[in-house]
Design a protein around this ligand. Structure first.
Ligand code: PAF
Length: 287
C-alpha cells in the first residue's frame, strides 16, 4: 500500500494502478470504522485496485461546527486499510487540495437544499467541490459512498449527472447500506463524541425511526407518526431534533402522505456534543 500527500506522486501512482484494471475510490474523512471498511471490501469485490482518500475537508464545515474536533488518526487508519488490501491512500494536505487563491466551488441546487442543506448552509457545496476534485485527481472507474449520508449520495449523483462526469459515471457511484452497531445505532465517526451514557441513549434514534416507519407503513398519518418520533427522541435523551422527514427517496421532496414510490425517513438529532443523522427505507403504499 502506498500513501501519498501531494498531487505529483499521486498522478504517477494512479497511472500505474489504472494499468492494472478497474480502479475504485472510497472517499473518507478518516477516523475509520466498520462502515468505512465495508465500503472498502465492497470496492475490492467490484474493482481490481482500490484507492481510499482521507481528507477532513474544511469546505464542508460551517462556522462553529466540529472541524477542529473532528477525529484525526491517520496512522491507525492506514494500518486498517493496509490489512484490507487497499492499494493507495490519498491523504492530501489542505494546501494540496486548496492551494493559495483557490476560488472555485460547485453548488448543486434542489436535492441539496432541504434537510441537512437547510441546517448546514454551504455544507453540500463543500462536499460536491471536494468530491469532484477527488474524482479528477484519482480518476476512478467507480466510487463508493455510505447510504447513511443519503442526501450526500443524492447530491453527488446529481453532480455526476449534471457535469457529465464520466469517471466515475453516475451509474458507477455505488451506495452501500448503512452498517449498524448491535443496538441499531448507525456507525459514524461522530459517535466518538458521545459519553457512555449518551451512547446508550443514542439507540433511541433507530428504535424511534423503526417505530415511525411501522406506523406509516400501516397507513397512519405521516405528521402524527413524525410527531411521535420527536417525542420518543426527546424522552430518550436527545436534546433537539434538527429534522425528521418522510421524503421521496430519489429527489428528497418532503411528503405529507405515504407515496406509491420509494420513500425514505431521514432524521438529524442532537445528543450531547453530537449531531447524529440516520435514514431508513419506507415501503411504498399500495396504489
Ligand atoms: O462522507 C464523507 O466522509 C465526506 O462527506 C466525503 C464524501 C469524504 C467528502 O468529504
Amino acid at each position: 500500500m502506498q500513501t501519498v500527500h501531494s498531487l505529483d506522486p499521486l498522478r504517477n501512482l494512479v497511472a500505474d494502478l489504472r494499468q492494472a484494471g478497474k480502479l475504485a475510490l472510497v472517499p473518507t474523512m478518516g477516523a475509520l470504522h466498520e462502515g468505512h471498511l465495508t465500503l472498502v471490501r465492497e470496492a475490492r469485490a467490484r474493482a481490481d485496485r482500490v484507492a481510499v482518500s482521507i481528507f477532513v475537508n474544511p469546505l464542508q464545515f460551517g462556522a462553529g461546527e466540529d472541524l477542529d474536533a473532528y477525529p484525526r488518526q491517520l496512522e491507525r487508519d492506514c494500518a486498517l486499510l493496509e490489512a484490507e488490501g487497499v492499494d493507495l491512500v490519498w491523504g492530501p494536505t489542505v494546501e494540496a487540495m486548496y492551494p493559495q487563491g483557490f476560488a472555485t466551488g460547485i453548488s448543486v441546487s434542489g436535492v441539496s437544499e432541504g434537510l441537512c442543506g437547510a441546517q448546514r448552509p454551504g455544507h453540500f457545496d463543500g462536499v460536491a467541490t471536494v468530491v469532484c476534485k477527488l474524482f479528477h485527481q484519482v480518476l476512478p472507474d467507480l466510487a463508493l459512498f455510505g447510504e447513511k449520508d443519503w442526501q450526500q449520495l443524492a447530491v453527488i449523483r446529481r453532480m455526476a449527472r449534471d457535469l457529465d462526469l464520466t469517471r466515475p459515471h453516475v451509474d458507477r457511484i455505488i451506495g452501500v447500506p448503512t452498517v449498524r452497531e448491535a443496538d441499531g445505532l448507525a456507525m459514524s465517526s461522530r459517535n466518538a463524541y458521545l459519553t457512555p451514557q449518551q451512547r446508550a441513549q443514542a439507540a433511541a434514534l433507530p428504535a424511534a425511526m423503526r417505530q415511525a416507519i411501522a406506523t406509516i407503513e400501516r397507513g397512519a398519518s405521516v405528521p402524527a407518526a413524525l410527531a411521535a418520533l420527536d417525542v420518543a427522541l426527546l424522552a430518550g435523551g436527545f436534546t433537539s431534533i434538527d429534522y425528521a422527514r418522510l421524503c421521496d427517496a430519489e429527489n428528497l421532496t418532503p411528503l405529507e402522505h405515504a407515496s406509491t414510490k420509494p420513500m425514505r425517513l431521514l432524521v438529524a438529532a442532537r445528543i450531547g456534543k453530537a449531531r447524529l443523522i440516520d435514514n431508513m427505507a419506507v415501503q411504498p403504499a399500495r396504489s
